[in-house]
Design a protein around this ligand. Structure first.
Ligand code: SF4
Length: 319
């Protein structure tokens, strides 16, 4: 049985605005298991990136964590002091950001950026750090003679691979990938995701994989958690969500992608607009867009219902 490596309990994150707090993550309970790939899916503004940054405590203002616990290896990340956080970031939990071009320093070679990470977090000599930086480039499929290259001299795919090399530098237990392939073409995207999966199997770290592309996520994830309007609405094994989603929003996300099979169905968009977080709908937040809504839906928020082992959906129709 896989062991939980991160337990998120009742996590709440608000954005403080002039007209009052806007809740971006609402009472989230979620477990990340050791060595798994957990996909986090949902439309823009559903709280995916906010969650990733909350786990590392790198949320910029006006975001504020207003409640809950994030237990990592028995310690609450939300209660860690600056020194504990410094030791935890990169060494224990690392992150690959959406745009490697923005994440990499344009005036320092990629080799120096990797060695700087190693020297900052590990006791090793400059020579050892450079040797390890070369090995890390090998791991992500970049020739080590590119250690002296600058970000602008690399393709988008190579830059994102460098971001992955930096994230893996300290052999963390958890790697967060925040839309790691959004700006890449589909062939490079597939190569990078396959490499991440190989590395994950080889080194055994857990991956939290964030994307709005549910179809892609289902291909690479072991389990998937689906967010809507700051709430977790469904979580379960990727195969079950692909074949038998139990929340109408998950179903809608799947139907929004075209079938790749010849003569397959046409994509169908979810009607309406994403829910406002400033003034979210009453009851089930998805009810104004849900074609299956029943009388109770606008009146009462559905709680999580266990459908099968590890498969939970927050819907009044889930049984
Ligand atoms: Fe639709 Fe009601 Fe289920 Fe919400 S609770 S997803 S409105 S059926």
């Amino acid at each position: 049985m896989p062991e939980p490596i991160i337990e998120i309990r009742d996590l709440c994150v608000d954005y403080v605005t002039d007209s009052g707090p806007v809740r971006a993550i609402d009472r989230l309970n979620l477990v990340v298991e050791s060595g798994e790939v957990l996909g986090i899916a949902g439309e823009s503004g559903s709280g995916k990136t906010t969650l990733a940054k909350a786990l590392l405590r790198i949320l910029p203002p006006p975001a504020v964590i207003t409640g809950g616990e994030v237990i990592f290896k028995g310690r609450d990340i939300l209660a860690m002091d600056d020194e504990e956080l410094r030791r935890m970031r990169w060494r224990e939990i690392s992150m690959v950001f959406q745009s490697a071009m923005d994440a990499l320093n344009p005036v320092i070679s990629v080799g120096e950026q990797i060695t700087d990470t190693l020297l900052a977090h590990d006791e090793c000599s400059a020579e050892e750090a450079r040797e390890r930086a070369g090995k890390l480039l090998d791991l992500v499929g970049i020739p080590r003679d590119r250690l002296g290259s600058y970000a602008h001299q690399l393709s988008g795919g190579m830059r994102q691979r460098v971001g992955i090399a930096i994230a893996l530098a300290m052999r963390p237990s958890v790697v967060i990938l925040d839309e790691p392939t959004t700006a890449l073409d589909v062939i490079v995207e597939r190569e990078i995701l396959e490499r991440i999966r190989e590395l994950q199997r080889e080194f055994g770290f857990a991956v939290i994989f964030i994307t709005h592309d549910l179809a892609r996520m289902l291909q690479v994830s072991d389990r998937v958690a689906v967010f809507y309007a700051a709430r977790l609405v469904e979580v379960g094994p990727a195969g079950e969500l692909r074949g038998a989603p139990r929340h109408p929003y998950t179903e809608g996300l799947l139907q929004a992608f075209p079938s790749v099979k010849p003569g397959g169905r046409e994509p169908k968009s979810i009607p309406g607009q994403p829910a406002s977080l400033v003034n979210p709908p009453s009851g089930c937040r998805f009810h104004p867009r849900c074609e299956r809504a029943i009388e109770i839906c606008p009146k009462e928020e559905p709680g999580p219902t266990e459908i099968g082992p590890g498969h939970v959906a927050a819907c009044h129709l889930a049984k």
